[in-house]
Ligand binder design. Structure first.
Ligand SMILES: *[C@@H]1O[C@H](CO)[C@@H](O)[C@H](O)[C@H]1NC(C)=O
Ligand SMILES: *[C@@H]1O[C@H](CO)[C@@H](O)[C@H](O)[C@H]1NC(C)=O
Ligand SMILES: *[C@@H]1O[C@H](CO)[C@@H](O)[C@H](O)[C@H]1NC(C)=O
Ligand SMILES: *[C@@H]1O[C@H](CO)[C@@H](O)[C@H](O)[C@H]1NC(C)=O
Ligand SMILES: *[C@@H]1O[C@H](CO)[C@@H](O)[C@H](O)[C@H]1NC(C)=O
Ligand SMILES: *[C@@H]1O[C@H](CO)[C@@H](O)[C@H](O)[C@H]1NC(C)=O
Ligand SMILES: *[C@@H]1O[C@H](CO)[C@@H](O)[C@H](O)[C@H]1NC(C)=O
Ligand SMILES: *[C@@H]1O[C@H](CO)[C@@H](O)[C@H](O)[C@H]1NC(C)=O
Ligand SMILES: *[C@@H]1O[C@H](CO)[C@@H](O)[C@H](O)[C@H]1NC(C)=O
Length: 469
């Protein structure tokens, strides 16, 4: 809407006209649905500015020092969960985006049905999306008007943006989880494209954005990943509740990619895949006070697929609880990749009936068979401290690359015992993992790290050292 923080008068002009058109229809809608009476707060950002619409600077000035409220009903949203409110939401967004410290409000008891949508910046700073009601996705691919299968709600190019409220974002994923690619193909409108079952939408995605806060809301039943940050920096996620059934396929909780300075805390995540997944390009990520389960635990990777470069560094996962998860804390890399994972701390993690609490898998292979390759993403400076609780299958599984072993692993204060319900325990595994145990570990087999420096022996093995992070 504006460049360098200076509002563009032409945009304002057009916007005012747009707001006028939408607001007048909105007024009818409100009267018809009785919404008008529920809002004791006059709508400052919506119809209120009609009178000043002819002059861009007076529109702007008239809000100060108040925080302008952009209430979706006043922009024509029905909120009945049946009518498609995408247009009204998009117009509310555009109007609020152009004003400093604007708040877009989705009232409680409102069910805003939204088709795939991109909510784009740059916006004036201080924009808040206050969700007290529900944002709900169309029910499955049949109602997916456009085959925009990457994501449902796409936030893009935002700076200094907040989502908060007591409300819920509901991805209606159950209509997607079990359908085959063929059915998906037939249900989508663009039938000429080819689809496979990985092409199901992430519920909420942030792309190329800075200084974001997502707090307090619930995100439920995504068709695929619930919340994704790609190419973002300065992200704070707190007091979130993410949930989908433990058997829903590929429903990661939070997915981080190419993102720096990320804090995820005080949140509960239960889903059918990784509670939090950290991909390449991430650094300075701090995760704490997470309750994860059901799910696949908290993972770094899979990295290095198809010989790609992976760079992950300065990751902390602490003070968290995993209950009935497949894994606890896991690093997984494909053979043949390059790059590194370094400086990772896993500390104060409590596990309860977790199949494999501590895992490094550098032979990660999903769907089919993978040949052994010499290139590998290197793993170094990984700390495990205060990991306790019960496991169901194997306490520790460290399978490091044959050509580039894991180095500088340190392990201390680990106390893991089989859970009472377990059947079929597997022996612990430490393969090509170097480092030291700094304090007590139990069972003693966890004390399996090799000492010394393996790289001097194996350096000749790797060919692609010129790929550096
Ligand atoms: C926006 O909010 C910030 C911080 O709350 C405040 O410093 C600033 O003055 C506000 N700007 C406007 C235009 O209201
Ligand atoms: C992001 O936050 C950092 C640290 O709080 C601040 O220095 C920077 O100016 C902010 N950037 C934007 C675009 O809001
Ligand atoms: C967490 O979010 C809920 C609403 O989902 C809210 O009631 C509660 O006050 C929030 N807690 C904190 C510490 O902000
Ligand atoms: C997370 O919770 C802790 C403990 O309740 C609290 O001190 C901290 O401020 C919370 N973090 C955020 C970002 O609200
Ligand atoms: C090892 O990791 C720790 C914790 O992330 C970090 O403080 C330290 O600087 C790292 N050491 C090296 C040599 O990178
Ligand atoms: C680990 O066990 C110790 C002693 O049994 C206990 O004091 C500590 O709180 C436990 N830590 C976690 C993260 O469960
Ligand atoms: C790949 O390497 C692992 C570890 O050395 C070994 O156990 C496995 O048999 C190898 N697989 C193939 C197909 O060579
Ligand atoms: C690995 O440990 C050695 C000594 O134990 C130390 O000199 C080196 O800086 C460490 N490297 C990393 C990346 O942590
Ligand atoms: C290194 O690369 C050369 C050619 O690029 C290849 O012939 C050789 O087998 C590779 N060595 C290893 C250990 O992969």
């Amino acid at each position: 809407m504006s460049n360098n923080g200076v509002p563009n008068p032409i945009h304002y002009w057009l916007l005012s006209i747009q707001i006028f058109l939408f607001s007048s229809s909105a007024l009818n809608a409100r009267t018809a649905h009785g919404w008008g009476t529920k809002h004791h707060n006059p709508i400052k950002g919506g119809s209120h500015n009609l009178g000043h619409g002819s002059s861009s600077s007076s529109v702007y000035d008239s809000y100060q020092p108040y925080s302008p409220i952009f209430d979706v009903p006043s922009f024509g949203a029905r909120g009945d969960g049946v009518s498609d409110d995408s247009k009204a939401f998009q117009v509310t967004w555009s109007a609020a985006c152009a004003v400093k410290n604007a708040t877009i409000k989705i009232p409680s008891k409102f069910r805003l049905l939204i088709s795939p949508i991109t909510l784009q910046g740059p916006c004036e700073p201080g924009l808040v999306l206050q969700i007290d009601g529900m944002i709900v996705a169309p029910g499955g691919p049949r109602m997916w008007l456009k085959p925009e299968l990457l994501q449902w709600i796409n936030f893009k190019n935002l700076h200094d943006f907040v989502i908060q409220g007591r409300g819920t974002i509901n991805g209606q994923g159950s209509t997607w989880w079990w359908i085959t690619p063929r059915i998906l193909q037939n249900q989508l409108t663009n039938r000429n494209s080819r689809y496979d079952d990985t092409m199901k939408p992430t519920a909420v995605r942030f792309y190329s954005s800075l200084n974001l806060t997502i707090r307090d809301i619930k995100i439920q039943n995504s068709p695929r990943c619930h919340l994704k940050f790609d190419n973002c920096a300065g992200v704070k996620v707190t007091n979130l509740s993410i949930s989908s059934p433990g058997d829903s396929p590929n429903t990661d909780g939070i997915h981080l990619q190419n993102s720096q300075r990320v804090e995820v805390e005080n949140s509960t995540i239960s889903c059918g895949d990784d509670c939090i997944s950290i991909q390449t390009g991430c650094s300075d990520v701090n995760i704490q006070n997470i309750k994860c389960g059901p799910g696949h635990g908290i993972s770094i990777g899979g990295l290095g697929k198809d010989g790609t470069l992976a760079c992950v560094s300065n990751i902390v996962v602490q003070n968290s609880i995993m209950v009935d998860t497949l894994y606890g804390i896991r690093i997984k890399t494909w053979q043949g990749g390059v790059g590194s994972v370094k400086s990772v701390i896993f500390s104060d993690i409590e596990v309860s009936n977790v199949k494999v609490p501590i895992m490094i898998d550098q032979f990660y292979c999903e769907g089919g068979t993978c040949r052994n390759k010499t290139d590998a993403v290197s793993l170094t400076n990984i700390t495990y401290n205060q990991i306790n609780g019960t496991y169901a299958t194997q306490a520790i599984h460290l399978a490091c690359s044959d050509s580039i072993p894991c180095t500088n692993i340190s392990m201390g204060n680990v106390l893991l015992t089989p859970s009472t319900t377990t059947k079929g325990l597997m022996q612990d595994l430490c393969w090509n993992s170097y480092g030291k145990s700094l304090a007590t570990v139990f069972p003693p087999s966890l004390n399996c790290l090799e000492t010394g420096n393996p790289l001097s022996k194996k350096a000749s093995n790797f060919n692609r050292t010129h790929f550096t992070c």
